[in-house]
Design a protein around this ligand. Structure first.
Ligand SMILES: [Zn+2]
Length: 383
């Protein structure tokens, strides 16, 4: 039995002082205080550290290499090994669970890393229209019948989530972020089929019409949740109120590496408007998680989630809400609550130790001192 003693413990919801976390067979068995039980191997984590649940990034692409030529990278030999390396980077940064929202050939489901990487929850190729956003990942489907078949295929292959491109996107030539790709019948069919198989469904939506369509169709979460127009960015306040009231989760695209190159000009021009949008959504009480979209381009290498937390706090979010978003709320969104996202009896001992107090200074997340995966310390730099 392992006994981890910490002066501060954020359990996924709240902060507690002077706690001892007992771990056996990879799981947390108790959270106590005082003297650890006799025979336990005691680890004093330090005088000024915080113990947290391992973090959860709700939107990554292990198959994307964050290079200037992400699509070219898909074609180079050794893709699976590069995906494992990307996953190890996440783990080293304290991200013990990732949700991969778009790979090719279901590779993210088959990496077989065990405890050498984070737990990988994967969508397989996102469902998209013929030649629609990210069609090159292999998930093209048109019409209700094909969409239902695509969802069933993912369920049969063991996918953990269904990802659907409700609107166009930025990285696909010819695709338009401010336009819908699917009609209401196809979206409803996908959501109904996903739910019939017990899977959550998340929709990529970059414009107000896309957000509204995903809400109408009964999606569980909305990726990006941005308000692109053809030329710029325009918040829809009534829609934000509706989103907040729905309880549907906004998976906010936050997090860039320090010193990273700027995003593409179309995104750069909209950045301050998008930041204002984040503040408005928070003030409205929208339920949220963070999905970094790691891998999608040079500003977003793998393992960038702590910087996403920093970005939201910079946009006015309370640190405690951000910490909940990347632990317990993310676990609920990914349907792994009860197992991930909390330090509590019965949960996997996926743990992160950081220097300082992230409730006081969120950048503490960027200084991981130790990471545990199922109770086992993660060694090496992960790169
Ligand atoms: Zn993405």
């Amino acid at each position: 039995m392992l006994a981890l003693r910490a002066p501060r413990l954020f359990d996924g919801r709240d902060l507690h002082r002077d706690r001892v976390v007992l771990v056996e067979n990879g799981r947390v068995t108790a959270v106590t205080f005082g003297d650890p039980p006799e025979g336990a191997a005691v680890v004093e984590l330090g005088a000024d550290v915080t113990l947290l649940p391992g973090l959860i990034d709700c939107h990554v692409h292990l198959a994307f290499d964050a290079s200037p030529d992400v699509l070219g990278g898909l074609e180079r030999p050794g893709l699976a090994e590069r995906m494992r390396e990307a996953a190890r980077r996440d783990l080293a940064a304290g991200v013990t669970t990732v949700r991969d929202l778009g790979d090719r050939g279901y590779l993210a489901l088959e990496l077989g890393m065990g405890l050498d990487g984070p737990e990988i929850l994967a969508a397989g190729p996102p469902i998209t229209t013929p030649r629609g956003h990210c069609w090159f990942l292999g998930g093209e489907a048109a019409g209700e019948r094909e969409v239902r078949a695509a969802v069933r295929e993912r369920a049969a292959r063991g996918a953990h989530v269904v990802k659907m491109m409700v609107t166009g996107g930025e990285m696909t030539p010819g695709s338009r972020s401010h336009l819908l790709q699917y009609g209401p019948a196809e979206l409803r069919a996908a959501a109904g089929e996903a739910h019939a198989h017990g899977l959550p469904i998340t929709g990529h939506a970059h414009c107000a019409a896309g957000i509204a369509a995903a809400l109408d169709a009964g999606f569980d979460s909305i990726e990006h949740c941005s308000f692109f127009t053809e030329d710029f960015y325009e918040l829809d306040h009534a829609l934000i109120q509706r989103l907040a009231a729905s309880g549907v989760v906004a998976s906010l695209t936050a997090g860039v590496a320090p010193g990273a190159p700027p995003p593409p000009p179309r995104i750069q021009a909209r950045l301050s408007a998008a930041l204002e949008g984040l503040s408005v959504m928070y003030a409205a009480g929208v339920r949220f998680v963070i999905g970094t979209d790691a891998g999608v381009g040079p500003p977003k290498p793998h393992g960038v989630l702590p910087y996403g937390a920093e970005m939201l706090v910079g946009a006015g979010y309370a640190p405690v809400d951000v910490l909940r978003a990347i632990t317990s709320v993310a676990a609920e969104t990914c349907h792994v609550d009860g197992r991930k996202g909390m330090i509590a009896p019965g949960h996997d001992a996926d743990l992160l130790v950081v220097a300082g107090d992230p409730l006081d200074d969120i950048t503490a997340l960027c200084r991981p001192l130790a990471v545990y995966r199922m109770g086992r310390p993660v060694s090496g730099e992960g790169s």
